[in-house]
Design a protein around this ligand. Sequence first.
Ligand code: COA
Length: 279
Amino acid sequence: MTVATDDPNAATYTIQDGIAWVRFNRPDKRNCMSPNLNRRMGEILDELEYRDDFGVLVLTGEGSAWSAGMDLKEYFRETEARGLGATRQAQREAYGWWRRLRWYNKPTIAMVNGWCFGGGYGPLFACDLAIAADEAQFALSEINWGILPGGGATKVVVDLIPMRDAMYHALTGELIDGQKAAEWRLVNESVPLASLEARVRELAGILLKKNPVALKATKDAVRRVKEMTYDNAEDYLIRAQEAANSYDNDGRKEGIKQFIDDKTYKPGLGTYDISKQTA
Ligand code: COA
């Protein structure tokens, strides 16, 4: 059996105007996730996370696909042929970078430019926000090749979309387009492919004006409280804000000052000027 060689460019990134553009980069293979791609994604997330030359990470795909899910040849067949240890390692590497992304230090946006299948729902869910092209196509295609939607994909649809739609989606393997994905709330919204990047830049621009410590605390809080009772959430949110204060105790004071004393903005209508924050 021929085993694929490592391609250091299976995933790539560029940083521009405060945005890290991370790309699935196997367009010839519709950006399906091989062990090599998963490893490279893990490395990129490590390299980038605490850099201060960007504030928002966008995950997108080269070519016609966002990601055609797991690589059936390299992730499944070739890995299984090497035994349980290799299978578990491949799973750790895939699930590992998705988990890193779910709790990433910066806000993240999935820019879904095309095909998005099966295992692709892992990184889709891991991104805090998701904007799709109307033309993008989504499916839980696992049922079409004879397995259940694993790698978290079943959990993703049950968490994000109503039960009847989740069940239909998982049992039929039928495609839905970006607009349907937005209607089902699998993504925030969908726009024509021609305006996708502009819309994502606009959204990133909104986030870049916010206090980064507050963004990280907020994104974690939204994911954490979902599984808590009201009382536990109330308590968690007090502790989370106090923990955030230990990293940035001046932001909220500056935010209050610019509203109450300086009268330079209204929090109900916009963001305080974080560039005036001294510490
Ligand atoms: N695993 C392995 N190889 C894949 C792949 C996957 N998930 N998705 C695409 N590829 C490969 C194809 O085998 C083909 O390889 P080749 O050029 O060596 O023959 C190449 O990528 C291009 O794919 P092709 O099917 O010719 O492209 P297309 O644009 O006509 O169709 C898809 C695109 C995404 C509809 C189709 O490739 C597909 O159904 N992929 C599988 C999707 C899937 O079920 N993923 C779930 C995995 S959990």
